[in-house]
Design a protein around this ligand. Structure first.
Ligand SMILES: Cc1cc2nc3c(=O)[nH]c(=O)nc-3n(C[C@H](O)[C@H](O)[C@H](O)COP(=O)(O)OP(=O)(O)OC[C@H]3O[C@@H](n4cnc5c(N)ncnc54)[C@H](O)[C@@H]3O)c2cc1C
Length: 400
């Protein structure tokens, strides 16, 4: 049986970073990866461009996560500056885009993976090795013995990248409910007519949760950063667990198409404009508030004639226009789960030491990345978790 100080299970960003940190401390490290290559999901990130992290100042960054207290130590131990210098030392720089999103200057995730792999010279990598059992001791698949194990098997989304719901049994830990995160929404209504259209900087709400951002219409429903971020809040607030079942979802969301004006302000504006611009056709007037492609859809939904002149609109129609500009509803009948980008839920954080990533139930067993009950919004926040928790797990396991 081969023996190692540390076995890392899973060669995604969290596992790779854990292996790098552990091997730097001259431990003998083996990285076990189910696929024939490392980082399959990493290659898909940011549409192949890899939005590697988010450059918000660290305190603001932490406030973007509901598990900020757990993540705090790992974020301070392995900062964005530490992450950048790892790549800059090998000649790869970064560019910044809106909302503090950071990408490699080459805009290729493959370059991120290649640099990370360069740091694995001292690590034994076993490809096509699917870990199926970790017995006490730790004996892996009855083939490998390790003093310490770091589990970095990721979540459940995009199973073609190597993720699988069955991996949670390897953790031997209590789990929180496993749910879809960062996921497009399916609408009851067929949106083919406006597929490809975008609403910019609208406010989307589900019950009391609100998110400002863009909404993109697809053939089957709604997506875009605003919807994707709201989906985390929706999924968190619904009780379900994919370990037990795959339930049907039905709920309503609403879009404030005109967030910069209150109902009263809109009412005043309409009263003025309906007099001053009385001859303007409604469909043209609405272009002040809505994108061209959305105007027809909006009028169809309200069953209003776009050719009507503003001066001829009655009070009831005016009120319906205002109500729908401020609260345009969509019936949702599910998550587009095939496109869910992260898993909500995982290893219960109350049994993991945030200062080391070690289990408080099983000594010498560590966790990193998405397998933990940690997730963030879209914009580099999830790779940030993978790299920081991975680094801390590798460092602690090798220092113990
Ligand atoms: C399409 C898409 C785009 C994304 N874009 C971004 C982005 O731009 N920015 C961002 O911050 N986040 C992004 N994310 C989220 C981000 O990719 C994940 O949060 C991150 O990859 C999690 O890293 P991980 O190492 O924990 O898990 P993973 O990347 O899932 O890696 C887990 C690894 O473990 C291996 N494995 C699993 N089970 C076993 C086993 N039993 N034995 C051996 N090996 C096993 C898998 O094959 C895999 O290689 C995106 C996700 C998707 C799906």
């Amino acid at each position: 049986m081969e023996e190692y100080d540390i076995a890392v299970v899973g060669g995604g960003p969290a596992g790779i970073m854990a292996a790098i940190a552990a091997s730097r401390n001259s431990s003998s490290v083996i990285l076990l990866e189910k696929n024939s290559k490392l980082g399959r999901k990493l290659l898909m990130t940011g549409g192949g461009r890899c939005n590697i992290t988010n450059l918000k100042p660290i305190k603001k960054l932490l406030n973007s996560y509901s598990q900020k207290n757990f993540l705090k130590h790992s974020f301070y131990i392995f900062t964005n500056e530490d992450l950048f210098s790892l790549f800059q030392d090998k000649g790869l720089g970064f560019i910044q885009e809106d909302d503090n999103r950071i990408f490699p200057e080459t805009e290729k995730s493959l370059d991120i993976l290649n640099v990370l792999t360069e740091y694995l010279d001292d690590v034994v990598i076993s490809y096509n090795f699917e870990v199926e059992s970790i017995r006490q001791g730790f004996i892996i698949n009855d083939k490998i013995k390790a003093d310490k194990v770091i589990i970095a098997t990721g979540g459940i989304t995009y199973p073609q990248t190597g993720c699988s719901i069955k991996n949670y049994s390897l953790t031997s830990q209590p789990l929180t409910d496993i749910k879809y995160g960062l996921v497009p929404l399916l609408t009851k209504k067929d949106l083919s007519d406006i597929a490809g259209a975008t609403l910019y900087d609208v406010v989307i709400s589900y019950k009391k949760s609100k998110v400002k951002g863009n909404v993109l219409f697809s053939h089957v429903g709604l997506t875009g950063p605003g919807i994707i971020n709201l989906s985390n809040l929706i999924s968190e607030s619904i009780t379900y667990n994919l370990l037990d079942d795959n339930p049907d979802f039905e709920f309503e969301i609403a879009i404030d198409l005109c967030p910069e004006l209150s109902r009263d302000q809109l009412n005043d504006k309409f009263n003025r404009d309906f007099q001053d611009k009385g001859k303007t056709m409604l469909k043209n007037y609405l272009k002040l508030f809505l994108t061209n492609r959305f105007v027809d859809f909006f009028l169809d939904e309200l069953d209003l004639d776009g050719e009507i002149q503003l001066s001829r609109i009655n009070k009831k129609s005016k009120n319906r226009l205002i109500e729908n500009l401020k609260r345009f509803p969509f019936e949702i009948n599910g998550f587009n789960s095939d496109l869910s980008k992260v898993t909500i839920g995982g290893v219960d954080l109350s049994n993991v030491n945030a200062k080391t990533m070690e289990s408080t139930l099983i000594s010498d067993l560590y966790f990193a990345g998405e397998v933990l009950d940690v997730h963030g919004p879209t914009g580099g926040y999830n790779l940030k978790i993978a790299f920081s928790t991975g680094y801390l797990a590798g460092l602690s396991a090798s220092a113990k």
